[in-house]
Design a protein around this ligand. Structure first.
Ligand SMILES: Nc1ncnc2c1ncn2[C@@H]1O[C@H](COP(=O)(O)OP(=O)(O)O)[C@@H](O)[C@H]1O
Ligand SMILES: [Mg+2]
Length: 146
């Protein structure tokens, strides 16, 4: 049995990562879907400058970002759960790459599956910064999906 950790940020590339993980897995395998709510969302001076009256760290703590992320992961579970033995969902907050690496350890994943780029930025870099960091630091195999 294999365990796969798939990192999902809502981008087209990460949707492809989920499709690929689902296609490459066997009935006895286990898939964990992970979304990381970036800590910088609350901490960046840019957001604070735009929204000086809103304490975004409170919003993050209140869990509404996490809850939304959990809801979209739950939808995906329904699409892939018939192909494998089990699908887990996880939402963490922090540095996306660090959280992906820690979750992979926690869930004892044999493979980490990521998209080659993330949400938004069109073709500026060949490889996204989160994927770059995961590939450099992971002790297990990383599948970068294009
Ligand atoms: N916040 C996140 N939560 C979960 N996975 C993420 C997150 N950010 C990035 N990833 C994973 O890393 C892949 C590449 O994204 P990223 O490196 O952030 O590219 P970019 O620099 O273009 O945003 C995504 O397709 C996804 O698999
Ligand atoms: Mg990104």
């Amino acid at each position: 049995m294999k365990k796969m950790l798939v990192a999902y940020d809502g981008s087209e590339a990460s949707k492809k990562a989920i499709e690929m993980a689902s296609k490459c897995s066997r009935k006895e395998d286990e898939i964990t879907l992970l979304t990381v709510v970036p800590a910088e969302l609350a901490e960046s001076s840019f957001t604070k400058m735009l929204l000086p009256t809103i304490d975004l760290s409170d919003v993050v703590k209140s869990g509404s970002f996490k809850q939304k992320a959990m809801e979209s992961l739950s939808k995906i579970v329904k699409e892939i759960e018939n192909n494998v033995s089990k699908v887990n969902v996880a939402v963490e907050a922090g540095d996306p790459a660090d959280e992906i690496l820690m979750s992979a350890k926690k869930h004892e994943a044999d493979i980490i599956v990521v998209g080659y780029k993330g949400y938004g930025k069109e073709g500026r870099f060949l490889l996204g910064s989160v994927t770059d960091k995961v590939v450099r630091h992971a002790s297990k195999s990383v599948l970068v999906v294009r």
